[in-house]
Design a protein around this ligand. Structure first.
Ligand SMILES: *Cc1c(COP(=O)(O)O)cnc(C)c1O
Length: 386
């Protein structure tokens, strides 16, 4: 079965994990620091805190920024649920702003529209969480401008765009956003099995995230050197969101290969682009001039109505050829939880909804060979009868 995404693990990754298994520390040993240092260097962030998942990273951000019941946070409907759920965990209210059709990213105009309206009603918007959908960086210049104009914190849920570039820089994320979150789930561009991180240049945020990662506990250190040897203090209500040394050894080894992984992803995308561009009512992923797409996903948009085939039968026909596509995403506002709580209905975010109707994610990952790429291309063209 060819699936839409898959990890790439080589012998070197395996050797690194075995080394940790034979060492004294399976968790919270030197591999965590080593991975965090390498993340900080690669993404040019002063502070990196590795955690147990991308969702944990987002949750910790909502806690570190102390969102509460009176607060609002703006985000995109076209993302994985965790992006909005971190707002819900905190008790704050989720406000969606629609996407731009070209990239699937949150539209700065839609953000400003919401900010203006909420300002008028004296509602406190605390933050914007933007997602670099599929691996294409958002319009960070415009979003940054808005965050400064309206005094809101800016978060990049960067889970898709690990290894992407904006205005030529792979370290763009933490230079525009106050906080960046990543995930290293096996389908993402690098993996630690489960895992994630929070990147920031602000020491205060980093300190809070680090404290909350492990139960809010402070142990003996340089500052409180007079403490008894066994003594520790719980200063805040934290979590166990720690990542293990095993995972971090894998992460360190994977990060060294990220540039190579992105090159291969871009090459596969190029082949798909060549195969599908120019087809009527089929839209290949858009890449803006200022962006270098990381192609975590290859979101192809097909106007199924024009091809007189339902998306369901399209999926089933490909499944018969052992090709398992995915769809990214069912717009979050249409999920029963959000619909019920906020009284959302169909048509509230038309761009996200029409994107969802047309979108299919084609298989893309470094291990997807030339033959499999051909199988995907041929099967797809055959089913569309072109
Ligand atoms: C994968 C992903 C997450 C969640 O990451 P996990 O590590 O699976 O918890 C959050 N946001 C986006 C955009 C993602 O793609």
């Amino acid at each position: 079965m060819i699936s839409y995404g898959k990890q790439s693990i080589d012998q070197d990754d395996i050797d690194q994990i075995i080394k940790v298994l034979k060492s004294d520390n399976l968790t919270q040993g030197p591999a965590v620091n080593k991975f965090e240092d390498s993340l900080g260097r690669y993404f040019n962030a002063r502070y990196a805190c590795a955690v147990s998942s991308g969702t944990a990273a987002l949750h910790l951000v909502s806690k570190a920024l102390e969102w509460g019941h009176k607060d609002l946070v703006i985000t995109t409907p076209l993302s994985f649920l965790a992006t909005a759920n971190c707002i819900e965990y905190s008790g704050a209210k989720t406000v969606f702003a629609d996407i731009e059709q070209s990239t699937g990213n949150i539209d700065p105009n839609a953000i400003e529209h919401k900010l203006k309206k909420l300002n008028k009603f004296k509602k406190k918007v605390k933050a914007i969480i933007a997602v670099d959908y599929a691996g294409h960086p958002c319009d960070w210049k415009s979003i940054k401008y808005l965050s400064e104009k309206y005094y809101v914190k800016l978060i990049n849920d960067n889970c898709h765009a690990i290894g992407a570039a904006y205005l030529g820089k792979k370290s763009y994320a933490s230079s525009y956003a106050d906080i960046v979150t990543q995930s290293y789930h096996p389908v993402k561009n690098i993996t630690t099995a489960e895992g994630g991180s929070v990147l920031t240049n602000e020491k205060k945020i980093y300190d809070k995230v680090k404290l909350l990662r492990s139960h809010g506990i402070v142990r003996k250190n340089e500052k409180n050197n007079n403490w008894s040897p066994w003594y520790y203090e719980m200063q805040q209500l934290g979590f166990n969101y720690r990542i293990t040394d095993l995972q971090c050894a894998l992460g360190y080894s994977q990060l060294k290969k990220l540039n190579k992984f992105i090159k291969i992803r871009r090459k596969i995308a190029q082949r798909y682009n060549q195969a599908f561009h120019g087809l009527e009512n089929v839209f290949i992923p858009f890449e803006k001039n200022e962006a270098t797409h990381a192609y975590h996903l290859y979101p192809l948009q097909i106007d199924f109505k024009k091809y007189k085939i339902s998306k369901e039968s399209f999926f089933e026909l490909l499944l018969k050829k052992k090709i398992n596509l995915q769809v990214h995403y069912i717009p979050i506002h249409l999920q029963p939880y959000f619909k019920k709580k906020y009284k959302f209905k169909n048509g509230d975010f038309p761009n996200s909804e029409s994107f969802y109707k047309k979108e299919v994610s084609l298989p893309i990952y470094p291990g997807l060979g030339f033959k499999d790429q051909n199988t995907v291309i041929r099967s797809l063209l055959k089913i569309l009868n072109v």
